[in-house]
Design a protein around this ligand. Structure first.
Ligand code: PMP
Length: 414
């Protein structure tokens, strides 16, 4: 916002300056009940206790232990001693930061080890680590610069932004609707020969917890000669042998570009792309968010590599899925509408005020699960996005269900 080193204030308390009226925008959001805020300080989680993977120690929020039922730390591995030790060891041996882009002096054995493990899990030649999943999507799609991208209507914002930035013609198809995708490809085909086409979809959708019909999408993509890219942010580490839905469905050979984050089940920070040797070499040369950004911090790389190992070999995936099944069943029995099939359980309330009220009542009862409202989800589909973790104990889940029962009655939803 210009060259005003004091921020953007005119000195009279107003933030309207240089033609940017920030306060008017914020006030409008407030009126619409769409203003987002970081929580007040007392609502910030304080992980005062070490929580072993099998235990149920909970973060302290507002002076009390509370159940966090909305994190993407699905396997609970941010608190796992092995993962923490790996990050500490990398800090001590390699340092807290990479110090430069990987192409300058920031490349370390820790990065190479992580990338080998990801490639092995995803059954690809190679993998490449980025500093976030967001950066991985932006860097990859802009580097490929496709002529046309066919993108699911509910794809993550980082894919939407990447498509825009790439300059591609972006054709948005109806959510998970293979017939609509095929129709849009058909109506575009034959117009220009030799166009490069990319089909991109999340595998597990972050707000509905539903799963894209990947095999059918691959069929259509192959029929029209398009390349397939799948964002496995919410699936990586959770399925076959620690892989994602691409592995569960046996599609490693058909999805040319597998992308994901290290920040959810892998308990760290960063993103990755897995694919052929040529793809990775091309990205090393062209992905601007890789070339012109400092390498992933070594402790993050080491933590993700260890978390992947734990996810592949331990029993945490089994514990997560048992918790998911139990919560889904109990919430549905209680009368809540909980569509989807994955670890992301959208408790649909639809009305945004009701979703906020339910979230507040849950908080009063010791459960932290924020309301998800427009514009993150379409109007009329507000919800509490419940995400159990492998580390939630039976008594944690019982407490959570009690809270949902009482809070739902309090706000007249049950
Ligand atoms: N893709 C999807 C589907 C996501 O949900 C997210 C994170 N919310 C990202 C990409 C971005 O990943 P990161 O948080 O590592 O930037």
């Amino acid at each position: 916002a210009g060259d005003d080193s004091t921020g953007s204030s005119r000195g009279d308390g107003s933030t309207a300056s240089h033609g940017f009226d920030l306060s008017a925008d914020l006030a409008a959001r407030e009126r619409e009940n769409l203003r987002r805020r970081l929580s007040p300080a007392n609502r910030v989680a304080e992980y005062a206790q070490f929580a072993p993977p099998s235990g149920s120690a909970l973060p302290v929020v507002d002076g009390e232990e509370r159940l966090v039922l909305a994190a993407n730390n699905y396997l609970g591995l941010t608190q796992d001693e092995r993962v923490q030790d790996a990050a500490v060891a990398a800090t001590e041996v390699v340092g807290t930061g990479a110090g430069a882009s990987r192409l300058v002096t920031g490349d370390t054995l820790v990065h190479r080890d992580l990338e080998e493990r990801i490639a092995e899990t995803k059954a690809t030649d190679r993998a490449l680590a980025f500093s976030s999943g967001y950066a991985a999507n932006i860097g990859t799609i802009t580097a490929l610069a496709p002529d046309v991208v066919f993108s699911d209507a509910y794809n993550h914002a980082s894919i939407v932004d990447a498509c825009r930035l790439s300059g591609a013609d972006t054709v948005v198809y109806d959510h998970c609707d293979v017939a609509d995708l095929a129709a849009r490809m058909e109506s575009r085909s034959g117009t220009v020969d030799d166009e490069s086409w990319l089909v991109v979809t999340d595998s597990v959708f972050s707000m509905d917890g539903d799963v894209a019909p990947l095999a059918d999408i691959c069929d259509v993509a192959e029929q029209y000669g398009a390349w397939m890219m799948v964002d496995e942010a919410h699936a990586t580490g959770l399925y076959e042998d620690g892989g994602g839905i691409v592995q569960r469905e046996g599609l490693s050979d058909r999805v040319g570009i597998q992308m994901g984050t290290l920040s959810k089940a892998l308990a760290s920070q960063g993103g990755y792309v897995a694919g052929s040797d040529d793809l990775i070499e091309y990205l090393i040369n062209h992905a601007r968010s890789f070339v012109f950004s400092t390498g992933l911090a070594p402790p993050s790389a080491a933590a993700a590599a260890e978390a992947l190992h734990v996810a592949r070999t331990g029993d945490c995936r089994g514990r997560l899925w048992r918790n998911v099944e139990y919560l889904r069943e109990e919430l549905a029995d209680m009368g809540y509408h909980v569509p989807g099939e994955t670890q992301i359980i959208p408790v649909r309330v639809d009305d945004r005020e009701a979703a906020l009220a339910l979230s507040d009542e849950l908080y009063e009862r010791g459960v932290v699960a924020p309301a998800i409202r427009p514009p993150t989800v379409p109007d009329g589909t507000s919800r509490i996005r419940v995400a159990p973790m492998a580390t939630h104990s039976a008594s944690d889940l019982a407490a959570c269900l009690d809270a949902f029962r009482d809070a739902g009655r309090e706000v007249d939803l049950l």
